[in-house]
Design a protein. Structure first.
Length: 152
């Protein structure tokens, strides 16, 4: 499979295929995302840094974190969410996605009407496809607020 081939995954009742963004656009969006989530990931990764350096990023699922700490990290993340950045990333991803063989752009509102859960699952998977390797994520995980979560 070449880098130009799409990556396909069934999410919910739909088959999504996403293609890579052009390198410079991808790089620019990654910087925007890093600026947005960096302030909240810093404390999380700082508190688990020694275990992660020994076991790798995938070990974050096995680390016990204090609920108050997680609450504060989530609060920091949500306070740093930037609607224009999220919208820009979502628009870029949807422009490179097919759903059941059709361009997602043309059916986006219909497909996700009343299905924000499905939209978020597609969105986080799209982020993993585009930038997961940059974060060292495994093939079945995606970075989400303060943790790794399955995309299936």
């Amino acid at each position: 499979m070449s880098q130009a081939d799409g990556i396909t995954k069934e999410i919910g009742d739909h088959k999504f295929t996403i293609y890579y963004l052009p390198p410079v656009e991808s790089h620019d969006l990654l910087i925007d995302l890093a600026k947005m989530i960096g302030p909240s990931l810093g404390p999380v990764l700082g508190s688990v840094g020694s275990e992660l350096s020994e076991k790798g990023l995938a070990a974050i699922m096995d680390i016990e974190l204090d609920p108050e700490f997680l609450s504060q990290a989530a609060s920091t993340l949500f306070n740093n969410l930037d609607k224009p950045v999220v919208k820009k990333v979502m628009e870029a991803l949807r422009s490179k996605t097919l759903i059941d063989g059709k361009p997602l752009d043309k059916v986006f509102d219909v497909v996700f009407l009343g299905r924000l859960d499905l939209m978020y699952r597609w969105f986080f998977w799209g982020i993993w496809v585009q930038w997961g390797k940059s974060f060292g994520a495994s093939d079945d995980a995606v970075l989400v607020p303060g943790a790794l979560a399955q995309t299936g």
